[in-house]
Design a binder for this molecule. Structure first.
Ligand code: SDX
Length: 393
């Protein structure tokens, strides 16, 4: 009755959530959003259609999509007082810290403390978050660059608005390149949900205490930031740049990983669920080639990444441990070609994952008899003993 079922995971019963949103099969490399294969959604859909599908359970009709898009467009602006939060951040503040802080602060502007979970409040909070996160993200980039912020425009689509708010400067408006717009829209789709990953389970656990949606999403942003999770896309670029500095010697890097030197890992490889391949990584790898060539950019780091993947997949250390490229291995190369600094890579992951977090929050709130999350533990500490006064210790 808590939305939990117990699965015999071979290590005794493991509590698991029930969810109807996303289906994963780690052995077959299958990922489906509400039953639709990720390959079809990424190829045929748009990010806003995907957000609607994950949150509402069905693909929108033409009219439903138009209403959804228009609602979001009407809420892209941030309250002018929110801009002052950015004045307080240090110049080199990580954008993920700004993102989680500002999202949490939105509850001071919008959370109806009287009836936070009414259908109407849940809907408008969903619209506000989807609409404002790109603005919050773009403002974080402008803070880091020392550039003036650029306001959203209602005549632009979701991804176009974000790109223009991010890269336009007073002296030069950003020229929207369809290659970049389409590639970023596809990348956001590929990141939109992934069942009970660390950040989504965080959103569900925080939301289960009946904390509001802004607070729950802010917690998810913080969980995503970790380098073992969404922070991996930034860590992959830093890893590739390190190998490049060492003359592109992937084999000596692989030796360090196998020797577990300083706990170094092959970032962008491995997955708790996927033990054959991550279907998203395959789509993104192809997109990396397409985007770089369409933008007329070559990137030595792509050559290093391809060589690293080829050598790792031929090495028993990785094959035995079923370590394959995950969603984070190639994304950073595309983001870099688009002009984003590495510190913005995980922010882009958060923009994509937002509709998944929101969908799981709604599902958990609506679950009949849903109760506060309370993981159990196996106590491994000291048995009962008498307290000793400090003089006698
Ligand atoms: C994401 O859960 C999701 O769905 C996440 C995500 C999503 O969409 O939400 O898919 C997004 O977070 C992808 C993962 C991004 N993280 C990274 O790329 C960081 C590098 N990867 C690893 O840290 C690791 O693979 C994890 C965290 C992704 C998974 O860790 P697990 O399942 O707990 O595996 P493990 O740490 O128990 O590793 C098993 C073995 C260990 O070796 P041994 O102790 O048996 O000798 O494999 C080794 C690990 O040392 N190993 C790696 C490795 N990943 C695991 N060795 C080198 N490089 C790696 N990347």
């Amino acid at each position: 009755d808590t939305g939990l079922v117990t699965l015999d995971s071979g290590f005794g019963n493991t509590a698991a959530y029930k969810s109807a949103i996303t289906y994963l099969d780690g052995e077959q490399g299958i990922l489906r959003y509400r039953g639709y294969p990720i390959e079809q959604v990424a190829e045929r859909g748009s990010f806003l259609e995907t957000a609607y599908l994950l949150i509402n359970g069905e693909l929108p009709t033409v009219d439903e999509l138009a209403v959804f898009q228009n609602e979001i467009t009407q809420h892209t602006l941030l309250h002018e007082d929110v801009k002052r939060f950015y004045d307080g951040f240090p110049r080199d503040a990580h954008p993920m810290a700004m993102l989680s802080s500002v999202v949490s602060a939105l509850s001071t502007f919008y959370q109806d403390s009287h009836n936070p979970f009414s259908e109407e409040q849940r809907h408008i909070s969903t619209v506000r978050l989807l609409a404002k996160l790109p603005t919050i993200a773009a403002y974080a980039y402008k803070k880091a660059m020392g550039h003036p912020i650029v306001y959203p425009r209602n005549d632009l689509g979701y991804v176009e608005n974000f790109l223009r708010m991010t890269f336009s400067v007073p002296a030069q408006d950003y020229e929207l390149d369809p290659v970049v717009v389409n590639a970023l829209d596809k990348l956001l789709i590929l990141h939109a949900d992934h069942e009970q990953n660390c950040s989504t389970s965080t959103v569900r656990l925080v939301g289960s205490s009946q904390a509001n949606l802004f607070a729950s999403i802010s917690a998810g942003i913080n969980a995503l930031w970790g380098p073992l999770h969404g922070g991996a896309n930034q860590a992959v670029l830093e890893m590739l740049e390190g190998i490049k500095r060492d003359g592109g010697d992937v084999d000596s890097f692989i030796r360090k990983v196998k020797d577990k030197e300083d706990g170094v890992k092959l970032m962008g490889f491995g997955h708790r669920v996927y033990k054959s391949f991550d279907p998203r990584a395959q789509i993104i790898k192809a997109a990396a080639h397409d985007v770089l060539s369409a933008l007329g950019k070559s990137d030595e780091l792509l050559d290093i990444a391809l060589k690293l993947e080829e050598h790792a997949l031929a090495d028993s250390y990785f094959v035995e441990r079923k370590l394959y490229p995950n969603v984070d291995f190639y994304t950073g190369l595309i983001y870099r070609a688009m002009g984003f600094p590495t510190t913005m890579f995980t922010v882009l992951f958060a923009l994509g994952r937002l509709p998944g977090w929101i969908a799981h929050w709604h599902e958990m709130i609506k679950e009949p008899g849903s109760r506060i999350g309370r993981p159990r533990q196996v106590y491994t500490g000291v048995e009962l003993r008498e307290y000793v006064p400090v003089e006698a210790r």
